[in-house]
Design a protein around this ligand. Sequence first.
Ligand code: ARG
Ligand code: ZN
Length: 887
Amino acid sequence: MRTDSSPQTIFRKDYTPPAYLVDTVELGFDLDPDRTVVANRITMRQNPASKSRDIVLHGEEIELVALRLNGKTLAPTEYHLNGSTLTIRKAPAKAVLEIETLCAPVQNTSLSGLYVSNGNFFTQCEAEGFRRITYFPDRPDVMAKYTVMLRADKAAYPVLLSNGNLIEEGELGDGRHYAKWEDPFKKPSYLFALVAARLVCQEERYTLQSGREVLLQVWVEEGNLDKTDYAMQSLKNSIRWDEERFGLELDLDRFMIVAVGDFNMGAMENKGLNIFNTKFVLANPRVATDIDYAGIEAVVGHEYFHNWTGNRVTCRDWFQLSLKEGLTVFRDQEFSADMIGTDSGRAVTRIDQVRTLRQAQFPEDAGPMSHPVRPDSFVEINNFYTVTVYEKGAEVVRMYQTLVGRDGFRKGMDLYFKRHDGQAVECDDFRAAMADANGRDLRQFERWYSQAGTPIVTARTRYDAVKRNFDIILSQRCPASAGQADKLPFHIPVAVGLLSASGKDLPLTLEGGKHAKGATTVVLELTEQEQIFRFRHVDERPTPSILRDFSAPVILEYDYTDDELLHLFSHDSDPVNRWEAGQRLAMERLLKLTAQVAAAGGSDAGLKLDATFINAQRAVLTDDTLDPAFRELALILPSEIIIAEQMDVVDPQAIHVARQFMRRTIGAALKSELLAQYHANQTPGAYSPDALSAGKRALKNLCLSYLMVAPDMAELKLAQQQFEKAGNMTDRSAALVSMIHSGAEAGPYLKAFYQDFEHEALVIDKWFAMQAAAPTTNVAAVRKLMQHPAFTLKNPNRARSLIFNFTGANPSQFHAADGSAYEFWAEFVIKLDAINPQVAARLARGMDRWRRYAPALQAKMKKALEKVAGRAKLSNDVLEVVTKALA
Ligand code: ARG
Ligand code: ZN
């Protein structure tokens, strides 16, 4: 909670090295939910790189009991203690500090530091949670070796875990026991973890490619041991993949994953002891969907890959967060793509990434919380675990690979580890390794880290039939963002192909280009504000396919005709651009329809959808040569949020009506084809989460959702039967969602679903989420759901399932004309803030785009924001978000 009146902004330019370095940390815990005693012995020495001789330790919400320096107890006059730091001035060159503190884990509802979840102890220290456990220089550039002694009641907490290796365990009498852990690697405090719990594990000995044997464990609560197989499999796949793709081996003898039901984020890469939100561990076909399985694979991979990109080489300061997060997201994306293995499978994962960027990152880049991949300032670092730092950061890393090639990227990675293993470094160090390993000048590339906002690339083309030249003229601009009025040109890789009239890729000859002969895709490097690229020997006017594979996180403007888009939609060999052409065709129509609905006062009377578009949709739907997963993506219309981002003044109701009209029209026009594909893409037999089966289910369930926009009796029956006969959660939940969305009487099915899964917390989250996101659910219905005995604000997954899915995924109801949902938003930002500031601040972000709505809505949104901002007791987390929104 805020103690002084105004929160402090921290600037990257103010970085100074720590005055003292830490060699070893010995921690002793006497674990008790109400009163945990932490004894901490830190061996420190002066940092030659610093002029200061002051030892500065961070501490929050802990009670100092004793403090000794080099064996001598310090009197309160010998140190300075304020709300968040403990300073010892003019300390000796070598210092051994012994610190004893108290904390109350059971009272810790913020889930940062040491806390209790379902009676068990867990920690979360990134970014600044370690200081809630003990006084320490809690900054990532202070790396030390840790030894940890855990003591706790044996019956209540039979399992005692920490980082590294178990070196000793035994009984203490009094029913208590102990375990001593030692982490052989130096680490920053944010990677510390402990678990003291009643848990069970699935474990396995696994042989690395080097022949060394390691112990792998997945720890869960007793009833969940039937849901650990996929996490274990994903862990083994991750270990193998990092060996093969990057030559990086697991450096520990033991690697543990622990699942916890109360967790703020997805998971945490603590050295050797990854702690996960249950959502990203637990799965079996009965309770988890294909999307859940994919999420588990990605997050298990992500946290495992952090062991090198994050742990062995970490961040100098939190402004460099993307150094580890952007790189590690890129690595987990590549892992997931490689696990599918096929080109079309890779493309499907790539399309998903593009959708996430447009749905969440582009809006962030254009909104009040806009920040560069490497921010220059923040108030609360927890607010900067963003789609920009993570997903745009991953795009930035991907661009290196696009520029230097896959082998060149590997060389850059090798050099990065050679130079920086064991260090805390900056984004610039990674860029330097990529540049130096490949002999490339990547100085201009730095702007991807320093400039916020989504660049807009505009393309024009001209064809000279006589000279057989085809020119692509690319120009770039980037809108102003907070504190950055003028942007300098970015270094943008733009992958391009040219299609003949028959839809074939033309072999390319780029004037001055260095590409392979006969290449059909070349990467244009746009570095200036405007540049002309000339292709020679072009025998016919081609259709350009620009920004293939989404080669840069930009908005591409090009005046495609409908015919060109249809041509690309049926022929482009680049699946991402093939999909993109379909999205452009749909978006043009959606925007026109939305304008018509708005002009007609919200009515869809008289709207029309052209046969050309419907026929193109039909062609993709029925093209059995295409991957079902690709067909599903090609048929999903741009989301209401993405449509909103294209409008200067957003009218959420008109968008919803227009999009629903389009879906209903497609559903009616393609009824027989949808039904045929529904039946053709069944996945009988035992459930498997593999990409092909998941793709079939996705396509089949998309067909169902189209048929259910305005269902007749037969279609209703189809959904009901799918619900009843489903052999897996993907099909069961999809059927239920289609019923809820259709407005059909879903009540009995919702009830049956609840009863079946009453004891599966993650499924009950889905139950809340699917109702909250349905356009048939208004704010009154959400408030009623909050009265349900299973609802609680204290569990982040549960709070998110109902509240966030309503405010974030149900735009037509969230923006109800009377503003009642905005009041709901304000009420729960405030209520959540008193429990868990990090979760509250995420909810607060839901109002980021308020200035883009029609004046009547804007006024009500502003009022809600002001209501929150005006509260006397707000966390820095929420205060930063609402202050920036109102600025
Ligand atoms: N490093 C973690 C991950 O990306 C995220 C932890 C962030 N936690 C937080 N409270 N901000 O895997
Ligand atoms: Zn991460």
